[in-house]
Design a protein around this ligand. Structure first.
Ligand SMILES: NC(=O)C1=CN([C@@H]2O[C@H](COP(=O)(O)OP(=O)(O)OC[C@H]3O[C@@H](n4cnc5c(N)ncnc54)[C@H](O)[C@@H]3O)[C@@H](O)[C@H]2O)[C@H](O)CC1
Ligand SMILES: [K+]
Length: 528
């Protein structure tokens, strides 16, 4: 599902109108009708329902007048509150305002004081509220209509937002001031990128993306194909997208077909990270998983693992991998399809040297996480020198260390930083956190909408690392392998949270849910 900015959506509107000749009022009619249809499903009986439509002065308001007309024609009582003077309404919105008034219907002009009581009274009687105040044209903070927004939110009435909850900025998903808290948001043609960002969740409610007959030649994109990059190829990771990427199983393969993963991880006291990553790779469908750990924790790792093969590597007196492990790592990596490097490696001069040398001599795709990333802080020029595909899976702190920016700077521009560095370093980056962002070297960007705060538990990232390696081993390109893993990792976290709540959620609980999540995906993909 392609994601667009307000400006991109407006350009698509204009292209539909100017190049294809679809009148704007037709788009508005389609938009309004789709919202009216959703409202009809939310109310038991329209003929005994009261609906309030709050309409702004722009085309979002125009949609509101169309919605009012369709609901009225289906027997509902509809009151339209206009957030501006009648003479301020123009164009297609005015066309629909005039139709509404020619039907003998009133329009209540809201102003700050007098009408607020009217609004409050109407809200008491309302069965549902339609928010058609502001859409993609909104910027900044709602001032004059702030009391109305607060009255609607306080009313406890079901709210359907038209295109965007009023008060939310389309591109950032930020509500700098008062903002409608909708139960449903019906957005037109394509989701605006802000609607799927985590800070928008409390305002958007359930998101419905509806077709309003903008020709697909305008709205279509080709997700996941390398080299398709262009400035606005942002996508929401959806179930359908993951299904398209799903590794096929025809039934007559053997374990070698599903790839060989080599995991190099762990250190004294951090065998868990290595075990979680290796198990997650196995659970993600890889044919063979081998785990290399410092000799001191080899027996522990072997004890904890059954399906994963393990082998000891030379270590320092601190129980971390020694640089003398390099040759065996490269040798084993050459006989694998993908290397996962980093979980629980620990820090120290040997680790930094080892990670650098492995990358410079590696011939296979590599997933770098945790301490392997920390070892590369200040050495990011190395990434461009690495031939095979690289996937970095930093959390904001690791991204800050890699980029030399502050965590706050990273968090304030998650999409921008991730895309910029993926292109600059020529790698795939999954910037973890609420709404994980995945970017590829061709600037393709995926935003994830699954997962929950309970997943911010130690070991969660180790599981993701193993999953990405598992998917690459099965033949997925680095970018889709990462996007699919992030999506499924979030689903596993959601399933675990449903069972055990968020606070007590452990990474192991997520690992337990991987088979459940994978089985559900397989059932949706019968050819698996
Ligand atoms: N996407 C489509 O194909 C279609 C979208 N439609 C609808 O059109 C709106 C966008 O309409 P637009 O006229 O550009 O702006 P808005 O109605 O969103 O904004 C109204 C108005 O509000 C003013 N404004 C902006 N910021 C503020 C603020 N902070 N305080 C007060 N007022 C503010 C601004 O001047 C605007 O004029 C889109 O969302 C869809 O709902 C088409 O109807 C159908 C096709
Ligand atoms: K709106």
């Amino acid at each position: 599902m392609r994601l667009v900015t307000a400006q991109e959506m407006s350009a698509m509107d204009q292209m539909a109108i100017k190049e294809y000749g679809i009148p704007g009022v037709v788009l508005m009619e389609n938009a309004g009708l789709k919202v009216a249809e959703l409202v009809a499903t939310l109310l038991d009986d329209l003929t005994s329902s009261n609906v309030i439509v709050f309409a702004g002065k722009g085309n979002n308001g125009g949609d509101g007048f169309v919605i009012a007309r369709h609901l009225y024609n289906r027997g509902a009582q509809v009151q339209v509150f206009l957030a501006t003077e009648l003479d301020k309404v123009k164009g297609d919105a005015l066309t629909n305002l005039n139709i509404w008034r020619k039907m003998g219907q009133k329009v209540y002009q809201i102003n700050k004081n007098k009408d607020l009581n009217l609004v409050r009274l109407a809200l008491i009687k309302a069965d549902l509220v339609v928010d058609a105040l502001y859409g993609t044209g909104f910027k900044g903070v709602i001032r004059e209509m702030a009391p109305v927004i607060e009255a609607v939110n306080a009313s406890g009435r079901p709210v359907v937002a038209v295109d965007i909850p009023s008060g939310l900025e389309a591109d950032t998903g930020r509500a700098e001031g008062p903002c409608i808290k909708a139960d449903h948001t019906v957005t037109f043609a394509l989701p605006k990128v802000g609607l799927v960002l985590p800070n928008a969740r409390p305002y958007v409610g359930k998101l419905h993306v509806v077709d309003i007959s903008i020709p697909t030649g305008i709205t279509s994109g080709n997700p996941g194909k390398k080299g398709e990059g262009n400035s606005n190829n942002r996508y929401l990771i959806t179930d359908q997208l993951v299904r398209n990427w799903w590794p096929r199983r025809t039934g007559n393969e053997h374990k070698g077909n599903f790839g060989r993963v080599l995991v190099i991880a762990g250190s004294r006291g951090m065998s868990g990270a290595a075990v979680l990553a290796a198990t997650a790779a196995a659970r993600s469908g890889a044919g063979l998983v081998t785990l290399g750990v410092p000799a001191g924790i080899h027996d522990i790792a072997e004890n904890k693992l059954t399906e994963v093969m393990t082998f000891p590597l030379p270590q320092t007196d601190r129980g971390t991998l020694s640089i003398s492990a390099l040759e065996e790592i490269l040798d084993r990596a050459s006989n694998s399809d993908v290397l996962a490097l980093g979980p629980g490696l620990g820090t120290g001069p040997d680790i930094a040297e080892l990670v650098k040398e492995v990358l410079l001599h590696l011939e296979k795709p590599c997933v770098l996480d945790a301490d392997a990333l920390n070892a590369l802080a200040g050495k990011t020029e190395l990434f461009k020198a690495v031939r095979p595909d690289l996937v970095l899976t930093p959390h904001p702190g690791e991204m800050a260390r890699l980029t030399g920016r502050t965590i706050e700077q990273i968090q304030n521009d998650r999409l921008g930083v991730t895309a910029e560095k993926a292109v600059q370093w020529g790698v795939v980056i999954a910037l973890k956190g609420a709404g994980t962002v995945v970017a590829g070297p061709d600037r393709t960007l995926y935003i994830n909408n699954t997962g929950n705060p309970g997943m911010a538990a130690g070991g969660s990232g180790d599981i993701l690392t193993g999953m990405v390696a598992g998917f690459i081993a099965q033949g997925l390109e680095a970018l889709p392998a990462t996007a699919a893993s992030v999506y499924l990792h979030g689903l596993a976290g959601d399933a675990a949270a449903r069972q055990k709540g968020m606070a007590s959620l452990l990474a192991g609980d997520m690992l337990e849910q991987l088979p459940v999540v994978f089985k559900e995906m397989e059932q949706k993909n019968p050819t698996c």
